[in-house]
Design a protein around this ligand. Structure first.
Ligand code: SF4
Length: 320
């Protein structure tokens, strides 16, 4: 994972709100600022309902933002039109959590992978077929699989088909939305290794969304931790694991089982108390206050600023 200094994507004050009736507003993404560097994997972690999937989907234009903007190669993606829009739709792809639900059961693998090739007019006839075989090879399948249907494959193979479909249009950036959460533990590592190999080979940039930190640590250059619509911490993968600053990150990390029994005994587990509050009309101040062991009066009054405490290590918490 070699990381360039140039941001491929800049997320500025991004908001995505949903009206859920009776004047209630669900603030799924609330003033998020992030950059995704060319060639890096940015991990995005948080419990379900924290807004990470909404953020991923807003970046690739599956949602219109309520406020703020997303720049891709310096251009606002939600304002693109014509040829530039088509190019963005090709360059930014998504891999979904449930490979079965995202593959049309009535289409053969060749048609699923070929669809994007046709839409973007990349290859025709013989070259198209060769390209489909090449993509199948790239993801660890082979040309014998081309004329089969999704139900004939295992979960891991279906995710490989989903990856081939994303790669078919030669993207630069892929949102990997919990790509391994629905898979057996035994094959999760294979799919993750494949994604990492492909990143090297094809110089891809990833936003890797997950609900726990264990696999994200392994794949990410940097990690952003989200809680109820806001990013509460951002650091390199190493710094985040060695010295997590936000009480929520500390709790998430303490929940990862460590295989070494010696270390396990020494490690204190921080239990997160209380339920995840609702992102509908979220509380004033720090959104984590109700579950935080360190909460003080200011925490429920003022939302903490997201600031750079150490080089490349950002946190939003009144303790600092
Ligand atoms: Fe806890 Fe306050 Fe920091 Fe929020 S701002 S995480 S409540 S100490």
């Amino acid at each position: 994972m070699s990381m360039a200094e140039n941001p491929l994507i800049e997320i500025k004050n991004l908001q995505k709100y949903f009206n859920v009736g009776r004047g209630a507003v669900l603030k799924a993404v609330d003033n998020v600022n992030l950059q995704i560097m060319e060639g890096e994997t940015l991990g995005l972690v948080g419990e379900s309902g924290c807004g990470k999937t909404t953020l991923g989907r807003t970046i690739v234009r599956l949602y219109e933002p309520t406020g703020g903007e997303v720049l891709f190669e310096g251009k606002n993606v939600h304002k693109l039109q014509g040829q530039e829009l088509r190019e963005f739709n090709r360059k930014a792809q998504m891999i979904f959590q449930d490979p079965y639900a995202s593959l049309n059961p009535r289409m053969t693998v060749a048609d699923i992978i070929g669809e994007g090739i046709d839409i973007h007019g990349l290859y025709k006839n013989r070259e198209r077929t060769e390209r489909i075989y090449e993509l199948l090879n790239l993801v660890g399948l082979n040309k014998e699989h081309a004329n089969r249907f999704p139900h004939e494959f295992s979960g891991g193979q279906r995710q490989r088909i989903g990856i081939a479909r994303a790669l078919a249009v030669e993207p630069k950036f892929i949102v990997c939305d919990e790509p391994i959460s629905a898979l057996d533990v035994s094959i999760q590592a294979q799919v993750v290794n494949l994604l990492m190999e492909l990143q090297q080979k094809l110089k891809l940039t990833y936003l890797f969304i997950a609900h726990d930190l264990s696999m994200v640590k392994y794949v990410s250059d940097r990690i952003a931790v989200m809680y109820l619509g806001v990013v509460v911490e951002l650091a390199t993968s190493e710094d985040l694991h060695k010295s997590p600053l936000h009480p929520y990150t500390q709790a998430l990390l303490s929940a990862i089982p460590i295989p070494d029994p010696e270390t396990e005994r020494k490690k204190k587990r921080i239990l997160l108390e209380g339920d995840v509050p609702s992102p509908i009309n979220p509380p004033e101040g720090c959104r984590f206050a109700k579950r935080c062991r360190h909460a003080k009066p200011v925490c429920t009054e003022k939302q903490p600023e997201f600031k750079e405490l150490e080089k490349n290590h950002f946190v939003a918490c009144h303790l600092y």
